[in-house]
Design a binder for this molecule. Structure first.
Ligand SMILES: Cc1cc2nc3c(=O)[nH]c(=O)nc-3n(C[C@H](O)[C@H](O)[C@H](O)COP(=O)(O)OP(=O)(O)OC[C@H]3O[C@@H](n4cnc5c(N)ncnc54)[C@H](O)[C@@H]3O)c2cc1C
Length: 335
């Protein structure tokens, strides 16, 4: 008898490919399913799936539930929920995974409510408990100062997972797998909202969530112009610039660059925290960075309790010589 689908991922597409986070869900989901001796499924909703079903199999899916319809072209919570609820209930997974993206964050709690289960949002690690077989879901709490490990009594055990928390596998185009077309049914009378327009955020350089280096400036930067220094700094490592909420609210930086509880969540290798105090709401978005280097003129600033390295001083005196030095290093030794 074929093994059961115990792990199900809700995939997202980026153009005509799987999003990087979806590939990671498949890699991590594969590891969980292997520990359970089970199969991995993925749901893909789109107007036209193209080759994404085959791509999902290459990245680790055993079964792809593929629903295609014009009304699935753009993400609309009520529409997606109706379709997903039916598919998830039919598959009946033990574990349900979504990526911690704007869509995943919006969709997961609503779906959990419809499935009458609990949700562990923003997980940074997932593992199967060898004794109980339950999913252990690890997520940062208290603004990243501690990690909580949760298990869920209801089914499916449901989590949204942070980018880079799970590892995508090398794609194997020869992997066997099955694409199962699903005819999506929609009860229009239950749709109260209307899709009007999709505004695509123009991102220069690397998207914030994917950047390996993030230079983030806070209220202490004092104005929009000062962010040019951070742009210059980030460019050295092919990184991206972020900002705290007051900097975005003041209009110095686009709100798409906001990091924190109500902004984006990043986990770069290097996080440069410049002229920001390190509030818990901000740290909720960056506390999982591999290394934090802080520059702040207040030696008592909270950010120093998170930082691996700290420089006490005015950023206006620290950043220009640092940038000059980096330029010299890049040019190589003087003759
Ligand atoms: C529900 C809710 C959600 C929130 N969500 C977010 C969120 O997603 N993201 C977020 O960032 N905030 C969020 N906030 C706001 C949060 O509480 C803080 O107010 C905010 O993070 C503080 O931003 P800041 O560190 O830039 O400013 P401040 O706390 O004012 O800190 C500025 C720092 O700059 C330093 N400084 C000043 N001048 C210089 C200089 N020349 N050189 C070096 N250092 C200097 C100061 O010493 C100070 O430490 C939220 C708040 C609430 C209530």
């Amino acid at each position: 008898m074929a093994k059961k689908i115990k792990v199900l991922a809700i995939g997202e597409l980026a153009g005509n490919q799987l999003s990087p986070g979806t590939r990671e869900l498949l890699g991590g989901g594969r590891d969980l399913a292997d520990s359970l001796g089970a199969r991995v499924g993925i749901v893909l909703l789109s107007e036209s799936a193209g080759k994404t079903g085959a791509e999902a199999i290459a990245y680790g899916a055993d079964e792809v539930y593929q629903a295609e319809a014009a009304f699935l072209k753009n993400y609309q919570p009520e529409v997606y929920l109706q379709v997903l609820e039916k598919i998830v209930k039919k598959v009946g997974p033990e574990i349900l995974l979504l990526a911690q993206t704007a869509t995943g964050r919006d969709l997961a709690p609503r779906l959990a409510c419809r499935l009458k289960t609990a949700l562990a949002p923003d997980c940074v690690a997932l593992a199967i408990d060898p004794d109980s077989g339950l999913l252990r879901m690890t997520r940062p709490v208290y603004g990243g100062r501690a990690l909580a490990v949760l298990v869920c009594k209801t089914r499916p055990q449901m989590a949204t997972v942070r980018f880079r928390a799970l590892k995508s596998r090398e794609p194997d185009p020869s992997r066997p797998g099955e694409i199962k077309p699903v005819t999506p049914e929609l009860d229009q009378s239950k749709i109260k909202s209307k899709f009007i327009e999709k505004v695509v955020e123009e991102v220069k350089g690397v998207p914030l969530e994917n950047a390996r280096v993030v230079a983030c400036g806070g209220r202490g930067m004092g104005g929009a112009e000062a962010y040019a220094l951070l742009e210059e700094l980030a460019q050295f490592w092919g990184g991206a610039v972020g900002a705290t909420r007051p900097a975005c609210d003041s209009g110095w930086v686009s709100s798409a660059r906001q990091i924190g509880l109500t902004g984006k969540i990043v986990s770069p290798n290097l996080y440069l925290a410049v002229a920001l105090s390190g509030s818990s709401q901000h740290m909720a978005g960056c506390g999982n960075s591999k290394m934090i280097v802080a520059i702040n003129k207040d030696p008592e600033a909270n950010i120093f309790s998170f930082a691996n390295y700290g420089v006490v001083g005015d950023y206006r005196r620290i950043l220009p010589p640092l940038i000059e030095r980096l330029k010299q290093v890049r040019k190589g030794p003087k003759d």
